[in-house]
Design a protein around this ligand. Structure first.
Ligand code: WT7
Length: 652
């Protein structure tokens, strides 16, 4: 965030009390806050009782810092909570999923349909040898089979590891190997802006180096895709068509009885080293937190059509496309493609067609809509919307107000929700119907959550700026990093002993409102996607021309942050525009298009401290066109001035 953005954020004076009609009917009431005030364990236990348990828990929490166990001794199954328990009543024949593909194809699955498909998929997995505790990688576009596959894993106690469909073959390979997955579920393709992304072909590239994988299941997404070798290239004995397996599978499948602390999934996310972290989530606590936050933050019930626009490859898709809304018996809309395909009104035509009542999206998307102009939403009837949500990065007040006015028709409360892959569910958020919102502020902690602002010595601050920490364990918290508990302890619990450090800077105002300022570590947030600078740097230095690379974020109007890479070349290589393009393509190929640098700058040197550490802060100053900060600790202060001149020349 630039200083200018920070200033506008903090001078924000507008207040939006909850609309009266909304407040009267809202699921979250002030009684809820009072319950939570009586004790956080009792609060979560009360909420957990709303789930179906096969065996009740003995103890709510066992806390041996930094390891927590929630609902100790309790047994349940996540798929039963999302599906079976709705089948006995009026939800049986109600839409669970409404899906629209980018080309305009459509499917609706009722709760009954979804439950049947999940049981058949679960049997298909079993037939391929998947047992409780085995890992299954899911590398799919946004199609109903993605949801079915996740719940099928949950049904038999397999651990899913969903890999975003935009990741490269190498990213898939690394994640599959880290988790030692037995199965990859993919598709022949997925649609994005009219193009077909050849997922199976990428999976094949990955599978050349993933010895743990025994079978690959392929969803036929492309019409007539079967038999088209160039897209699916089925390997006899290893690869199987999804529809054939399911056609042959029984629809009877008893759910596995899972311990509350059995793994539900692993989800990889970027950190400050080159290697992504496998964030581990377990069953009972996670499900309790996502079901509870969905109910109160999105005020969600069976009559709603909920559209969370996130891909299931991210945690938002896990918690608020799949587990939270389905546990609440809501109707979930999923859309496969891009918001500007074929026209820039695609989102609004979806809202109108399906009568979406609650929309949850990211500030980067809202800023793009602002740029595209109000004519697109104005052309559609958005009057079914009653609540709007935002997630992924700080929302600037201008975008908040635009969202409120042009999408929410000034009648919908906005919930700006702060949380992370690691937290599992929403942590800081308004409660619609209770909270008076301020544009740009995520407002207050969710009931049962204890967040504290600390200074750099760990002292708790009542107001002002500092670091966002969590002072008590919460049910949806990550349990560890898969295969690397030491990294879990070091990353989250060592900076401020006894506290979880989120990696975010924040401010608490005089009225106790939280303002999240963004990451304070070497993690970027580009268009709501979390990217480690080290990952991109490692990809760059693998290119034969690159000697050294440093990646920094710079403020960007639409994406929040853009990525600038400073690169020094090996002898014998010349800086040229075509080499820039080559390096960008190289990073896309290594990691995925989301990690493609926006700018590349060639330089003979990089500014370093005397101990050899690259001073990213100075590079950020240069990339954002600011006067240079303190350069006294540099080994060679001349480097940075030369670099600044060069940067400005290359930019011109
Ligand atoms: C990081 C977590 C949680 C789902 C999406 C991202 C930033 C997230 C907000 C918000 C300001 C936010 C933080 C956080 N972030 N939501 N409402 N206001 N910043 O999950 O990839 O794990 O990234 O996203 O910096 O640490 P993630």
């Amino acid at each position: 965030m630039t200083e200018h953005q920070l200033d506008t954020l903090l001078s924000e004076q507008r207040r939006f009390p909850p609309p009266e009609g909304f407040a009267r009917r809202a699921k979250a009431t002030t009684a809820l806050l009072q319950d939570a005030a009586r004790g956080h364990q009792e609060f979560w236990a009360e909420e957990a009782r709303a789930l179906d348990w096969m065996r009740p828990w003995d103890r709510v929490l066992e806390w041996t810092p930094p390891h927590a166990q929630w609902f100790v001794g309790g047994k349940l199954n996540a798929s039963v909570n999302c599906l079976d328990r709705h089948l006995a009543g009026p939800l049986r024949n109600k839409a669970a999923l409404i899906w629209e593909g980018e080309p305009g194809d459509r499917r609706v699955l009722t709760y009954w349909d979804l439950a049947r498909e999940v049981r058949r998929a679960a049997n298909a997995l079993k037939q391929l040898g998947v047992r409780k505790g085995d890992r299954v990688a899911i590398y799919l576009p946004m199609v109903p089979e993605a949801v079915i596959a996740m719940l099928a894993c949950a049904r038999i106690g397999a651990v899913h590891s969903v890999i975003f469909g935009g990741f490269s073959a190498e990213s898939v390979r690394d994640r599959v190997n880290d988790a030692q997955a037995k199965i990859i579920i993919t598709a022949d393709g997925g649609y994005r802006r009219g193009q077909v992304l050849p997922l199976k072909r990428l999976a094949d590239e990955a599978m050349a180096h993933t010895p743990s994988v025994e079978h690959c299941i392929v969803v036929r997404r492309r019409p007539g895709g079967e038999g088209d070798e160039s897209f699916a290239g089925m390997t006899e004995g290893r690869d199987h068509w999804w529809h054939r397996l399911l056609d042959a599978a029984s629809a009877v499948c008893e759910p596995e009885e899972m311990d509350a602390e059995d793994l539900l999934f692993i989800l990889y996310t970027s950190g400050t080293t080159g290697k992504p972290k496998g964030i581990v989530h377990t069953t009972g606590g996670y499900l309790t937190q996502v079901a509870t936050t969905t109910k109160y933050v999105f005020d969600l019930g069976p009559e709603d059509v909920f559209w969370c626009t996130a891909d299931i490859g991210w945690v938002t898709g896990h918690s608020y496309v799949v587990y939270g809304p389905l546990a609440n018996g809501a109707t979930v809309l999923i859309y496969e493609g891009a918001p500007d395909w074929p026209e820039r009104d695609r989102f609004w035509s979806l809202v109108e067609r399906y009568g979406v009542t609650v929309l949850y999206t990211a500030p980067t998307a809202i800023r793009a809509f602002m740029k595209w102009g109000t004519a697109h939403p104005a052309r559609h009837d958005l009057s079914t919307l009653r609540l709007l949500g935002s997630v992924g990065e700080p929302i600037n007040p201008e975008a908040w107000i635009w969202y409120h006015r042009h999408i929410g028709g000034e009648r919908c409360p906005i919930v700006d929700t702060w949380w992370q892959t690691e937290t599992g569910g929403i942590m800081i958020t308004p409660l619609p119907g209770i909270t008076t919102t301020k544009p740009g502020s995520a407002t207050h902690v969710f009931p049962g959550i204890v967040a504290e602002l600390v200074d750099n010595t760990g002292r708790v601050l009542q107001a002002g700026g500092g670091f966002l920490t969590l002072a008590q364990p919460w049910p949806g918290m990550l349990r560890t990093i898969y295969g690397d508990d030491q990294r879990y302890q070091d990353t989250y619990w060592s900076r401020f002993p006894g506290r979880y450090f989120a990696g975010d800077g924040a401010k608490l105002d005089e009225e106790g409102y939280w303002w999240i300022l963004g990451r304070v570590d070497d993690v970027l947030n580009v268009a709501g996607h979390r990217i480690g600078t080290m990952e991109v740097e490692s990809a760059l230095v693998e290119h034969p021309a690159v000697a050294e690379a440093a990646v920094v974020g710079r403020a960007h109007d639409l994406k929040g942050q853009a990525m600038a890479a400073f690169v020094t070349l090996k002898d014998g290589y010349d800086a040229s525009p075509s080499l820039k393009d080559d390096l960008k393509a190289h990073v896309s190929h290594k990691i995925g298009a989301i990690a493609r640098p926006d700018d590349i700058f060639f330089s003979a040197d990089l500014p370093k401290t005397r101990s050899g550490k690259i001073m990213r802060r100075l590079l950020k100053d240069i990339a954002e066109g600011r006067a240079l900060g303190d350069t006294t600790t540099l080994a060679d202060p001349g480097v940075v001035n030369r670099l600044k001149d060069l940067y400005e020349a290359q930019e011109a």
